[in-house]
Ligand binder design. Structure first.
Ligand code: IPD
Ligand code: CA
Ligand code: CA
Length: 304
């Protein structure tokens, strides 16, 4: 792995050419407005970006820049993946808005917005831990989880080939097989996933909460990709997941997938899930978990 910081995308010409080739395939393929059409597009684009991301991983990963802290990196592949996804979506849906982690926001005119994490789990990607994802969602509304209505979402782990998909009211699927959240358990029997901020002070406070939670649950998992954590809840492989400080692109697709799989996905006190808080799992598990998290002072954990 190269940790050398290169401030611009500065990619070799070959990289750009291969992006052009990948986008050419889609030129002139308009997509309809139904949730099924939107989901099919999200899936197709995720699979194309997944090929690129996997190939770049094999070629060797370059850190392009640091973001909010010295451990919050962006790689060339994060940027290339977002450029590719954006171009492919625009070719099929030129009037829709776009909100991705690595580029500028485009509000669009159709009332629909694509919310994209080009690589969720970048630190895993950097270290070649095969647990990262491409996350693509389309919502009615703007890029605000408190007001949007999620229509379709796809989360792909390009290494395992696992594709999680959901559309509003249409159920959730893993590689086309229906999935559902694990049944109710007591919190002491629950396997709970979570994640931490990139800011060291915030992580310290998150760690204090987790330390207390550890004695009250089966165990804790910090897997390193919020989107996949939520998909693990959706497929019954984690009982619950919570995180404070998520960004819209971290959860837009996977929260819909978890909801469609029967999970309750919410913030604190019945609020909609957002950067303030997201707790997902079987309903009674999330209610018990929320009570503990509040007792342990989760609300005092603020960024920075
Ligand atoms: C991060 C991962 C991580 C979560 C962080 C996210 P990134 O996204 O999802 O698991 O704990 O909150 O920022 O930076 O890898 O796209
Ligand atoms: Ca992310
Ligand atoms: Ca990311």
């Amino acid at each position: 792995m190269s940790l050398r910081a290169t401030p611009t995308m500065g990619g070799a010409k070959g990289r750009c050419n291969s992006l052009e080739r990948m986008t050419d395939v889609y030129a002139g393929t308009p997509t309809g407005d139904s949730n099924d059409d939107l989901l099919a597009l999200a899936r197709r684009v995720a699979l194309t970006a997944g090929e690129l991301v996997k190939r770049r991983r094999e070629e060797g990963v370059t850190v392009a820049d640091l973001k909010s802290s010295a451990v919050d990196v962006v790689t060339l592949a994060d940027r290339e993946s977002e450029v590719l996804i954006r171009r492919l979506l625009q070719q099929s849906r030129p009037d829709d808005g776009f909100y991705g982690e690595e580029g500028a926001e485009d509000e669009g005119t159709s009332g629909l917005t694509w919310i994209v994490d080009p690589i969720d789990g970048t630190v895993n990607y950097l270290y070649n831990i095969p647990h990262y994802a491409i996350s693509i969602a389309v919502v009615r509304g703007s890029a605000d989880p408190l007001t949007w209505t999620a229509l379709a979402g796809c989360v792909l782990n390009p290494v395992s080939g696992e594709v999680y998909t959901a559309s509003a009211g249409g159920g959730a699927f893993l590689n086309d097989a229906p999935i559902s959240v694990a049944p109710a358990v007591e919190l002491e029997q629950a396997l709970v996933g979570t994640g931490f901020a990139y800011d060291a002070a915030t992580r310290g406070r998150q760690g204090e909460v987790v330390a207390k939670l550890l004695t009250q649950t089966r165990d804790i998992r910090r897997i390193g990709s919020a989107a996949l954590d939520l998909c693990l809840v959706a497929s019954g492989r984690l009982n619950a997941y919570y995180e404070r400080g998520l960004k819209p692109w971290d959860h837009a697709a996977a929260a819909l997938i978890a909801t469609e799989a029967g999970a309750r996905v919410a913030g604190l006190d019945g609020a909609k899930a957002s950067g303030e808080m997201l707790i997902a799992g079987e309903s009674s598990v999330t209610i018990a978990l929320e009570k503990l998290l509040v007792n342990y002072g989760i609300e005092t954990v603020t960024e920075g």
